[in-house]
Write a protein that binds this ligand. Structure first.
Ligand code: BF8
Length: 625
């Protein structure tokens, strides 16, 4: 009975074990807090509550038995669309600020202020220089990198015209954006414009508002996120296929466990280096540990596993449970998707929560300010602090679930092209010939409203069984890693066409392409295929899904994915149902403007059906059998 209770919450046995342990120890998790919020606010769920000025808060009665307008006169259409836009602004800001931090790290490295960073992918640096018209002849790598970094910084605030990476988009798509008035300009500008337009008494036309939401989201996908990916590759290396292990079973009973959690690779890359220092390993041995085990969590985990095969302990809903194992000496966090509850959970164990970003402090955490100029030194300080905490571990409280699963990750665009023998042509041929019907991107978070990992894993398994190649990022990809879908052997679960392609290339049927900012890699592949076929992205047999999404970043992602022309199925309902006009625009009307729409479907099997139907329609329109 108890086991059943936890099996309702997650399909992952390691998570079920730790949920049971958390309950025994009286530790509250996100699932408990969701229950305590029941019933959630009906106005909030429908998007009908407005707090944008102090005449409010106002709410619209969805049944027509109460107010139909806020105090200022705003209708349900205005309120719902304004709320959606503010979520897009927050999500685009989070991704793009992450992008800016990477740009600044590159600039520091180029100017010699950050001696611990070096340019790892020189080829990518030169290829970016060519694309961005940065001179490279007879210039040092650092000079080129500095020019690229300055160019990138321009994209955030001062740019006139449109973003540089719009050059990667097929002409047909760029024309659509121009005609709709949504060509993304400066990244910060689009976000600021959302905040302006959603202020009391500015934009009240829901169509005009949603168009600005799409433009801001596009500045994330083809701007902030894309810069984060490209320059992380330059600084830390472009991912290549790596083997690693996933799930809470990667924590080690006899080693110092450090979980790095958050998003930006600048610190975690240094922590990995610091933990390899023989003196640090010796210190760990002197404390009774056999070594130092660095594990990732969420997108920091994705950044590290993509480049180094570092084990990943879990995805979003497992962060509290990692501490409940009693075996984590330190959880080191930077920004985004870090639950404020971590310090409470850690208070029941010896675990140190170490925050590192001036942008994200947590009452009860130890703060060690990260500084790129002394990156390795600070990383060393953090690792030492974790090592010194090892003797405080209470063995009686340790419970590490046995589950762990091998994966192969690291499928950057460059790695995919290399696996295909040097060009995308074999993939195009497989799609044209029908052995692969199309490509589906599964991305996004966990959300306790959906059984943990079920939305991701069931959808991925269903799609590959229908001969649809799956590409993934973020917490979705970690779910697939834990389920064994990122192994070449998982091709056995694919339809015969996809299986043959995977076996010939020795690749998994589900390709892990990175962290959430790396959805930009998926955009690059989609644009390259569209250009090769001389069609718009919206003409391709592609579909997207975010089965368990919860964050505002996911709202921005969803908006730029449909803005880029890719039909997208959401597994949890966004708060837009309070306006039938906004809901109809997003699920139907958007097709006329950008050639793509959203659908909402919680059941992953039905979601797969929708995606396959869409892919088959696109195939038929392209004249493919
Ligand atoms: O950026 S998938 S829960 S970790 S928001 Fe967060 Fe969602 Fe995970 Fe990465 Ni993306």
């Amino acid at each position: 009975m108890t086991q059943n209770k936890f099996a309702q919450k997650s399909i992952d046995p390691a998570t079920q074990t730790m949920l049971s342990r958390a309950e025994q120890e009286g530790i509250e998790t996100a699932w408990n807090r969701l229950e305590s919020q029941d019933p959630q606010c009906g106005f909030g769920l429908l998007g009908l509550c407005c707090r944008n000025c102090n005449m409010g808060p106002c709410r619209i009665d969805p049944f027509g038995n109460g107010p139909e307008r806020g105090v200022c006169g705003a209708t349900a259409d205005t309120i719902v669309s304004r709320n959606l836009l503010r979520a897009i602004a927050a999500g685009a800001a989070a991704h793009s600020d992450h992008g800016r931090d990477i740009v600044e790290a590159l600039l520091h490295a180029a100017k010699g202020d950050a001696p611990d960073y070096e340019i790892k992918d020189k080829e990518k640096l030169l290829s970016l220089a060519r694309e961005l018209n940065v001179p490279s002849e007879e210039r040092s790598e650092k000079e080129i990198a500095a020019d690229i970094a300055y160019k990138a910084l321009d994209e955030f605030g001062t740019r006139k015209g449109n973003l540089d990476f719009v050059g990667r988009v097929p002409a047909q798509r760029k024309n659509r954006w121009s005609e709709a008035g949504i060509l993304p300009r400066g990244i910060d500008r689009e976000i600021v414009e959302i905040m302006h337009r959603t202020h009391i008494g500015v934009d009240t036309d829901y169509v005009n508002l949603i168009l600005q939401g799409l433009r801001a989201a596009l500045s994330d996908g083809w701007g902030g996120s894309m810069w984060a990916t490209e320059l992380s590759d330059v600084l830390f290396g472009t991912p290549t296929p790596q083997r690693g292990e996933s799930n809470l079973g990667v924590l080690k009973e006899d080693e110092v466990n450090i979980v790095v959690h958050g998003h930006e690779p600048t610190l975690s890359e240094m922590i990995v280096q610091a933990a390899r220092d023989p003196q640090m390993i010796e210190l760990a041995r002197s404390k009774g540990a056999k070594g130092i085990n660095i594990c990732g969590m969420c997108c920091t985990g994705n950044e590290l596993l993509m480049r180094h095969g570092v084990p990943v302990a879990g995805n979003f809903l497992q962060q509290e449970l990692a501490i409940v194992t009693g075996a984590v000496e330190a959880m080191v966090v930077d920004v985004q998707c870090i639950m404020p509850s971590l310090t409470d959970v850690a208070g029941c164990y010896h675990t140190k929560i170490i925050s590192t970003s001036p942008k994200a402090k947590f009452p009860g955490a130890q703060h060690v300010a990260f500084d790129e100029e002394k990156a390795l030194e600070i990383a060393g300080e953090i690792v030492r602090s974790a090592v010194e905490n090892y003797p405080h571990r209470n063995e009686a409280k340790v419970l590490i679930p046995s589950e762990k699963m091998e994966f192969v990750a690291g499928f950057s665009v460059e790695a995919i092209v290399s696996a295909l023998g040097g060009s995308l042509d074999p993939l195009l041929d497989a799609i044209k010939g029908g052995s692969i019907k199309g490509i589906a991107a599964i991305v996004g978070c966990n959300n306790p409203k959906i059984k943990h990992d079920y939305g991701h894993v069931a959808l991925a398994e269903e799609l590959i069984s229908r001969d649809i190649l799956v590409v993934e990022t973020g917490c979705a990809a970690i779910a697939s890693a834990k389920a064994g879908l990122l192994l070449p052997e998982a091709a056995a679960k694919a339809g015969s066409g996809l299986r043959a392609v995977c076996e010939a290339l020795q690749i998994p049927p589900v390709l892990h392409m990175g962290s959430c900012v790396d959805i930009s890699r998926i955009l690059v592949v989609a644009a390259a295929i569209a250009k090769a076929l001389d069609v718009d992205i919206s003409d391709l047999p592609l579909a997207g899904a975010a089965p368990e999404w919860m964050s505002e970043k996911a709202v921005s992602i969803g908006a730029y994915v449909i803005g880029s022309g890719v039909f997208t199925v959401l597994g949890t309902v966004p708060p837009v149902l309070g306006s039938s006009n906004v809901a109809a625009l997003l699920t139907e009307g958007a097709n006329d403007v950008i050639g793509a729409t959203f659908a909402v479907e919680e059941d992953p099997i039905k979601a797969a059906e929708l995606m396959e139907n869409h892919i088959n329609d696109k195939r038929a329109q392209l004249g493919l059998s």
